[in-house]
Design a protein around this ligand. Sequence first.
Ligand SMILES: [Cu+2]
Length: 306
Amino acid sequence: MDKNNNRRWHARAILQVGNNPQTRPTTLARTCSPQKPCYTLNCPFTQYGSDPNTICLTMHNMTTDPAHVDQELIADSTKVTIKHLLSLTVVGPMEHESGYEAINYLNMAFPRSDQPILNNPKLAREQLPCSDYILEGSEIKRQKCYHNIVAEYNDIVEFFIVNFDSDQHPIHLHGSFFHVLDQGFALLNKTTGLFLANNPDVECDEDDMKCVCNNCKTTTKLVKDTTIVPSGGYLRIRFRANNPGLWMLHCHTEPHLDRGMALMIHVAEDRLVPAPHSTGSQTKIHNQLWLFLSTLLLLAVLRQHI
Ligand SMILES: [Cu+2]
């Protein structure tokens, strides 16, 4: 169910290993009862509609093997060097422009260049810069730009991701696992399971661009690379920027990613591996050879017509 109480967040599957039709399971969904409830893992809400016999399991019901939990990273006393609010926003369509999913109203775009951005991360930033959000009348200015965050090697990065959109957004980070500090949900009517209000711990200004979390505490010890930011709720994550590279953080609902709900994290630009020299020079030789052959062909055609 989404924030508008549409019953569309429902899918069931039977997982099968291998592809032998003979082994296709004939299992039917069992009846859920108070004595023998069913469990749904990874719920983006705290209860399963009005069905009391199906119990939602969220991040708060899971743990990661303590051997993989970085206690120092998630401690309250840890000095966080980069902290950002990421608001998952949807920008509505205008007269001649379609709407798009965004992070902080920014519509992610990549610069056109014959150089991969990995070889020239600064150029990417300069070609399509994003500015802080700008109001045009009562609307936030639409920006199609290279949305990015720059981190030094070993920075500790924390994102407070709020989602007051009616869609759920599974956020995925490339290049590093992150620790989930907390996940917050919308308030639901306990009987009907219908949406009542956004998470009351989060206070935002009108545009959701300045949000604070009043009662957010580190309540989970989970290591993940994809986690749902619940509709009407939030997610707090933290990670060490110790894997040099240009990494994308994005919604893993592909149409949302396509339409711009993504940003790039530049980790330790000074430690990126330089491009092999041969790549550039080989391309140059190929281009010159191609130009030479094209000229010959053109001359031959011209001679026939003179
Ligand atoms: Cu999404």
